[in-house]
Design a protein around this ligand. Structure first.
Ligand code: S3P
Length: 403
């Protein structure tokens, strides 16, 4: 089940009054968690448990994470003055924090046991500010947190490319699929990683760290932007989204569905063309396919503002994992299927399909279709065949299967 992630704001003050004052300001904000970064605290170690208790009282029903981030893992030098193990154990014994973040490599061994009796949940975390590991390694880190008896597994990586960000998200999605009950928090940092903070929930990340007035890690998004993004994605809109190869009949079937249901019909290509003020072919020519794919990914969020509609998606919309997840969050995804010969007959005179320019033949269509089939399959919540069938018949089947 898709869950709206909790938004967590960091408290990074140095002085006691400054810290409690920030907590008071955060108390009424539309976020669910607050993380006190204890490594920013300039006071004495012995003051910490008492201050955690005061913070929890101020924050009321907001959950409190207490974190002593070491310098090697992106924390402040300040925190090096404190006894890491002792502090974690003291806080755990008092139980004022709802969560305590412990770096997996430093977690005292006694923390691996006694999950059921703990007074606070433990987040077993791993940070890498240099690079993003392989999907397998990220998966193993999260699994290790689970195997070591942590209550939550957390990984934060610095990406160098968009591919790094997607790998982090894919590892999160795979781990969530294999162990749905084990809570995960994952993120890609820096500007490039911002999409993981906004969309990580679609892959199963439970918490996203946003900024209030100061970042506690690179790339955090302002909490107001995050709230409005989550309002859109997790609204639970009930669109019917049609995906499938070019020429499979998405546009004509969606118009039939519009007539039958009275719903609004949205064509993602037409939406993008209008927003950009140019045709798809022109966008491919001027800015390239990758740019067009970014526009597709971004436009899905706009669907959230519409009442339940029929959405006819461009033939490549289902290729990106993030698009598949966003579409599923906003409704049913119907995969329309047709044979390459049928497709060819329908598209052979089209001049606004840059992918087929110079490749307008059945063989090319068949081979591209074969490559894309796994993606359509993954995207679909419903499958409908279209060859040789009347539009009304297809539309009826779609409505039956999506109701
Ligand atoms: C594309 C399909 C087109 C359009 C663009 C790319 C594709 O949409 O989005 O030309 O990669 O399959 P239609 O499926 O509506 O033709």
């Amino acid at each position: 089940m898709l869950q709206r992630p909790k938004i967590c704001l960091p408290i990074v003050g140095n002085l006691r009054d400054e810290i409690t004052e920030t907590a008071r300001k955060m108390k009424d904000l539309p976020v669910q968690m607050v993380e006190w970064r204890m490594d920013f605290f300039a006071g004495y170690e012995r003051e910490i448990p008492d201050l955690a208790c005061e913070l929890k009282k101020i924050l009321g029903d907001k959950e409190l994470i207490c974190t002593l981030r070491t310098q090697a893992e992106g924390g402040q030098a300040n925190g090096g003055r404190f006894d890491y193990h002792k502090l974690v154990l003291d806080l755990l014994a008092k139980g004022d924090a709802d969560y305590i973040d412990v770096e997996l490599e430093r977690a005292p061994e006694e923390l691996h046991e006694g999950k059921a009796e703990r007074k606070a949940k433990l987040i077993g975390s791993y940070h890498n500010f240099q690079e993003t590991e392989t999907e397998e390694e990220i998966y193993k880190r999260l699994k290790k947190a689970m195997d070591l008896g942590m209550d939550v597994g957390k990984c934060a990586y610095m990406p160098k490319t968009l591919e790094d960000v997607n790998r982090l998200l894919d590892a999160t999605g795979r781990m969530k699929e294999d162990f749905p009950d084990f809570p995960l928090i994952t993120m890609s940092m820096g500007e490039l990683g911002q999409m993981s903070r906004l969309y990580g929930g679609l892959y199963g990340s439970l918490v996203s760290f946003a900024s209030y007035d100061q970042e506690s890690a690179p790339g955090q998004v302002d909490y107001r932007e995050m709230v409005s993004c989550f309002d859109k994605i997790y609204k639970g809109n009930k669109h019917i989204c049609l995906v499938g190869f070019m020429g499979v009949g998405k546009s004509t079937i969606s118009l039939t569905l519009k007539e039958m249901t009275g719903r609004e019909e949205i064509d993602t290509d037409a939406w993008i063309e209008e927003a950009e003020g140019k045709t798809i072919s022109q966008i491919f020519k001027d800015q390239g396919e990758e740019h067009f794919r970014q526009l597709e990914t971004a436009m899905i969020d706009d669907l959230a503002d519409l009442p339940p509609a029929i959405v006819s998606c461009g033939g490549g919309m289902a290729l990106r994992e993030i698009n598949r997840r966003k579409l599923k969050a906003m409704g049913q995804v119907v995969w329309l299927e047709a044979e390459p010969e049928t497709i060819y007959e329908r598209v052979k005179d089209s001049d606004n399909r840059p992918i087929l320019q110079g490749n307008m033949n059945v063989e090319f269509i068949r081979s591209l279709m074969d490559k894309r089939l796994p993606f359509y399959k993954k995207a679909a919540t419903v499958r409908v065949k279209t060859d040789g069938r009347e539009l009304e018949e297809i539309a009826k089947e779609i409505l039956e299967k999506t109701s």
